[in-house]
Design a protein around this ligand. Sequence first.
Ligand SMILES: *[C@@H]1O[C@H](CO)[C@@H](O)[C@H](O)[C@H]1NC(C)=O
Ligand SMILES: *[C@@H]1O[C@H](CO)[C@@H](O)[C@H](O)[C@H]1NC(C)=O
Ligand SMILES: *[C@@H]1O[C@H](CO)[C@@H](O)[C@H](O)[C@H]1NC(C)=O
Ligand SMILES: *[C@@H]1O[C@H](CO)[C@@H](O)[C@H](O)[C@H]1NC(C)=O
Ligand SMILES: *[C@@H]1O[C@H](CO)[C@@H](O)[C@H](O)[C@H]1NC(C)=O
Ligand SMILES: *[C@@H]1O[C@H](CO)[C@@H](O)[C@H](O)[C@H]1NC(C)=O
Ligand SMILES: *[C@@H]1O[C@H](CO)[C@@H](O)[C@H](O)[C@H]1NC(C)=O
Ligand SMILES: *[C@@H]1O[C@H](CO)[C@@H](O)[C@H](O)[C@H]1NC(C)=O
Ligand SMILES: *[C@@H]1O[C@H](CO)[C@@H](O)[C@H](O)[C@H]1NC(C)=O
Ligand SMILES: *[C@@H]1O[C@H](CO)[C@@H](O)[C@H](O)[C@H]1NC(C)=O
Ligand SMILES: *[C@@H]1O[C@H](CO)[C@@H](O)[C@H](O)[C@H]1NC(C)=O
Ligand SMILES: *[C@@H]1O[C@H](CO)[C@@H](O)[C@H](O)[C@H]1NC(C)=O
Length: 759
Amino acid sequence: MSRYVRLTSLLFFFFIILIQLVFSQLSSNQRTTMISLSELLINSTWNVSTNPNPCSWSGVSCSPDNSSIIEISLSGFSLSIYDFRPFLCQIDTLQSIDLSNNHLSSIPDEFITDCGKISGLTGLNFSRNKLVGSLPTFRGFRMLENLDLSHNSLTGNISLQLDGLVRLQSLNLSNNQFNGSVPVKLGRSSVLKELQLSANLFQGEIPKEIADYQNLTLIDLSVNQISGSIPDRFIELSKLEILVLSLNHLSGQIPQFLSNITTLQRFAANQNNFTGMIPAELTGNLRILDLSYNILSGSIPSNLVSHPNLQFVDLSSNSLEGSIPANMSANLVRLRLGGNSFNGTIPSSFAALRKLMYLELEENRLTGPIPPELGSCQKLLLLNLAQNELTSVLPVQLGNLNNLQELKLQSNRFAGAIPIQITELQSLRKLNISWNSLSGSIPPSISNLGNLTNLNLQENNLSGSIPESIGNLNSLLELQLGKNLLSGKILRMPQSLQIALNLSSNLFEGPIPVTISALTGLEVLDLSNNRFSGEIPDFLIKMQSLTQVLLSNNLLSGVVPKFRDFITVDTNGNKELRNATTLSPPSPKKRKAVAVGVVLGVAVAALAVGVVTIIAYSISRRFYRVNDEQIQSQEEFSQPQVIQGNLLTANGIHRSNIDFTKAMEAVVNPSNITLKTKFSTYYKAAMPSGISYFVKKLNWSDKIFQLGSHEKFGEELELLGKLSNSNVMTPLAYVLTVDSAYLFYEFAEKGTLHSVLHR
Ligand SMILES: *[C@@H]1O[C@H](CO)[C@@H](O)[C@H](O)[C@H]1NC(C)=O
Ligand SMILES: *[C@@H]1O[C@H](CO)[C@@H](O)[C@H](O)[C@H]1NC(C)=O
Ligand SMILES: *[C@@H]1O[C@H](CO)[C@@H](O)[C@H](O)[C@H]1NC(C)=O
Ligand SMILES: *[C@@H]1O[C@H](CO)[C@@H](O)[C@H](O)[C@H]1NC(C)=O
Ligand SMILES: *[C@@H]1O[C@H](CO)[C@@H](O)[C@H](O)[C@H]1NC(C)=O
Ligand SMILES: *[C@@H]1O[C@H](CO)[C@@H](O)[C@H](O)[C@H]1NC(C)=O
Ligand SMILES: *[C@@H]1O[C@H](CO)[C@@H](O)[C@H](O)[C@H]1NC(C)=O
Ligand SMILES: *[C@@H]1O[C@H](CO)[C@@H](O)[C@H](O)[C@H]1NC(C)=O
Ligand SMILES: *[C@@H]1O[C@H](CO)[C@@H](O)[C@H](O)[C@H]1NC(C)=O
Ligand SMILES: *[C@@H]1O[C@H](CO)[C@@H](O)[C@H](O)[C@H]1NC(C)=O
Ligand SMILES: *[C@@H]1O[C@H](CO)[C@@H](O)[C@H](O)[C@H]1NC(C)=O
Ligand SMILES: *[C@@H]1O[C@H](CO)[C@@H](O)[C@H](O)[C@H]1NC(C)=O
């Protein structure tokens, strides 16, 4: 009996030893420290009773033999106080500390003193916290190589605070509010490789002393207030790979010597005041060149776009002239030359660009036809030739561009019929051929374009009737057919229409077609300048989403029915039409039952529409001033104070285009208001890339809004963004400010996306 007891306890003892051997060889010191840490940090994976080996806790990395802890990431642990510090800084084997994505508001002296002693620490990450005040002086940290303080609210200037960091290789201070001149004391030994200072308030000239850091591979000074020109000494940066100077006040010429830096792959100097000609050999080694939105002049050097490494070239919005060079890199993926004064014809050599995905030549003076060879650019997603002086018929070869998603040919002088081949572009989402001289009828095969969201055929000479098949365009949000010679019966319209249905200035006659009543999501209806007759039908009043009804200059008669107050109605120029007398008849009681039925029906429909609407509805319930029809009586002119901004979309194009700072500048300018509806105000925000987005402002009452709701709102929007089944109604990004939320949507000209939330 006692033998059994002894055996059992012996086994138990071995078992304990075994556990220790298998799960952890950490010194008991580190183990104890980690257990103390885990008791502070509420995180389910940091639980010693379910997960005895700290090396397996999420965010913890150990040396290969598990004898010591070398990395700790407390990223996203909602930390706001430093009670973890005494334990964390005790782990003297640490090489990396990641405290990013928390709510820390400062870096206290104790942290610098204690963690600064960890002799092997190479990485320190405070990115995306709430750090305020000035940059602390880093003492100790003898081995620190990577310091990331980006996305905080640090202020003041930078002089010697970082100079003690003798091993510093990568410094990220982007997205703060540092001011003063661009810092040059960045570690006495000048081993710095990556300098990321974008989105601050740095001013003055680019200091030539930066060239002392001859190992620099990356310099990003974008989105600051830096002026002057690019220092000559930059030619000494013989390892430089990336130079980003976008969105500053830089001026002078683009220096020729950049072509001598053979390592340089990416050069971006867009949105500055650079002048003069583009140096001939600039692109000798470049992969990416962005000089858009400057004042560059002269013609494009003949070999500029021919170098085989080149993939992305953006020269849009300058004062460039001459012809588009025929000699182009076969590896080009994106070419943007819009908003210049290029003339001559579109070279047929585009046929060789088999990797080209984005071709934007809009707003120039290009003449002649679209070369049929363009049909060989099989990868094209976007073709924008709008606002030129292009002529002739549209080549049938456009129908070969199987991947094309946007075709913009508006404001040219194209004539002839719409080629049927265009209706074979299965991926097409936006088609704009407005403001041309196209004739003939709208091909019934247009219904093949199942992905089409925006169709604009306005201001042409199209005749005949609208094909009934158009009703099959299940994704269509906007249909612009104004100013043509269309006539006949309006049989069926796509039920998905939201942004606008524009049939104005055509030859339509007879009663306002009842088919319109099915368009329950429609916001803008324009039937003006036709020969519609009869009374204004009651179903228009019941269309819940309408904000604008344009019926002017028809032959309508009877009494104008009472539309809701926030709807703009234009009925001018209908001789037989009378306004209702101000006395409105009392509403009959018996209607009530019907109304309840309708409400129930709507509720059931809302359920059927799915998760998106429900989430959206719950958001709207929480954050809208539902009863307040008075939309922002006075505009705020001060820039909204941003609490949080996040990208929701996975689409790389949008991710690189969307710029929160720029958007917040746009929303303080009333001239950017595109539309006000009952619940929200829509702004057009032009991004640095030149692409515009809709930014929708949701107003929430200070009373409803409580601290802490921001996070919840953010989470719900993240979820909304991840639901891929809803396309255009999905916000691409959001920004939360002290008293509002802003949602980003793809921009669509003329009209607006139907509000996700008041559907
Ligand atoms: C626990 O930590 C992981 C990894 O850092 C993180 O993704 C998760 O959100 C944390 N959970 C809580 C409740 O903080
Ligand atoms: C750790 O896990 C145990 C068992 O699941 C649980 O009872 C305990 O509450 C957890 N501790 C923490 C701090 O989450
Ligand atoms: C170290 O710990 C991890 C995580 O628990 C484990 O997967 C790994 O096998 C351990 N390595 C050694 C050498 O014990
Ligand atoms: C710091 O953390 C952020 C967010 O977790 C991450 O994106 C960034 O790359 C990290 N910085 C460095 C230098 O590793
Ligand atoms: C900050 O910049 C460094 C160096 O370029 C980079 O490695 C890091 O990922 C950046 N941090 C964030 C949050 O983007
Ligand atoms: C930094 O700011 C201090 C005071 O705010 C000022 O005296 C100093 O000249 C500034 N230094 C630089 C480099 O701008
Ligand atoms: C650049 O890096 C190399 C090796 O990484 C080093 O030997 C050299 O001293 C550095 N240059 C400067 C100017 O610090
Ligand atoms: C360019 O210069 C003009 C005139 O000096 C100025 O109004 C404008 O703001 C400058 N633009 C930039 C981006 O610095
Ligand atoms: C740049 O390289 C060219 C030859 O490739 C040379 O003639 C020129 O002097 C170099 N420029 C500078 C400033 O070194
Ligand atoms: C293009 O414009 C330039 C002046 O910018 C002019 O000299 C040239 O003749 C024009 N070419 C064509 C084909 O119109
Ligand atoms: C929409 O486009 C995708 C490719 O992007 C294509 O596979 C699909 O067939 C298209 N849908 C319709 C209805 O044409
Ligand atoms: C009806 O009223 C509107 C505004 O109240 C006015 O603009 C319009 O001219 C009136 N129309 C007629 C026919 O009286």
